[in-house]
Design a protein around this ligand. Structure first.
Ligand code: 1HE
Length: 256
């Protein structure tokens, strides 16, 4: 295991923590490969995961000290390495909740965007300093970030160096939850534990089918939706859950 990445299980939730606080959790090649390996080989009993960072910041993005003079081909391979690691998060085995605080910038924002749910605390800020550094996003941000905040906001961030604070960031769509400073991890863990109680096929459909359906033409999307709907409904677990509700044994909407 990479010394800059800590892994442990809290019940059936996998907790993945970047522990490179001295360098603001900047992502070097070793860390990217370790993230890929970790999400590729989660224990079979993991039903959800939390991704977080140690210290004052979630992640300062690409380790700029490794940004050597790559030629175009090497640069593309490097970017593709990030893509393959973050795809293991987005399209991996379990839903991943990101616990955000402090800097969520550059590749750190790309990493957060590959998770399924983002919980930010009041100290969180978002930026894409790639624009200032004379480069471009390369970790899937051009695909994922506009889906959260729209092309216009991302263009503005990269052209002008705009930084979003936690409140404006939540309003813009970076995070689905905003909590008091210091409590993002606890909230993320609470959500992950809740997600872990879902029927596995429902979580699978949300992770693997929903984002693809959303990108399909509507008439294709309706068919894919109906297939996924029939598969989830046919599972014995779905029948048992519906039966429990009908017999008054399951929570009503809004009850835990
Ligand atoms: C780093 C990095 C890094 C910090 N690579 N070493 N990302 C950026 O352009 C963000 C650059 N970082 C910052 O703007 C600031 O560090 C923070 C706002 C995140 C935090 O500030 P602060 O005052 O808490 O920390 P610091 O004093 O700036 O940094 C502490 C140390 O971490 C320092 O090293 P030291 O040896 O002098 O102690 C910094 O050099 C180091 N450090 N951030 C390397 N990013 C797939 S493409 C993705 C493209 C990108 O992500 S580009 C955006 C890169």
């Amino acid at each position: 295991m990479n010394p800059d990445l800590h892994f442990d299980m809290q019940g059936d939730v996998a907790v993945v923590r970047i522990t490179r606080a001295a360098k603001r959790n900047a992502l070097n090649d070793g860390l990217i490969l370790a993230l890929r390996q970790t999400f590729d080989t989660l224990p079979a009993n993991a039903k959800a995961a939390v991704l977080c960072g140690e210290g004052e910041h979630f992640c300062a993005g690409l380790d700029l000290s490794e940004l050597q003079t790559r030629d175009a081909g090497e640069g593309m391979q490097h970017s593709r390495m990030w893509h393959s690691a973050f795809e293991r998060i987005q399209f991996g085995a379990v839903p991943v909740v990101a616990a955000l605080h402090g800097a969520v910038v550059g590749g750190g924002l790309e990493l957060a965007a590959s998770c399924h749910i983002r919980v930010a605390d009041d100290s969180t800020f978002y930026a894409l300093p790639e624009g200032t550094r004379g480069i471009f996003v390369g970790g899937g941000g051009a695909v994922r970030i506009p889906k959260l905040i729209g092309v216009a906001r991302m263009t503005d961030m990269m052209m002008t160096g705009r930084v979003y604070n936690a409140v404006d960031g939540e309003r813009a769509g970076f995070a689905q939850y905003l909590v008091p400073a210091g409590s993002a991890f606890d909230k993320a863990l609470e959500l992950a534990k809740r997600i872990a109680t879902n029927a596995p096929l429902t979580n699978y459909a949300l992770m693997h089918a929903l984002p693809r359906i959303a990108e399909q033409a509507a008439d294709h999307g309706f068919v894919t939706e109906s297939l996924m709907s029939s598969i989830t409904q046919a599972a014995p677990e779905a029948k048992a859950r519906v039966e429990a509700f009908l017999q008054g044994r399951a929570a009503k909407v809004g009850e835990q």
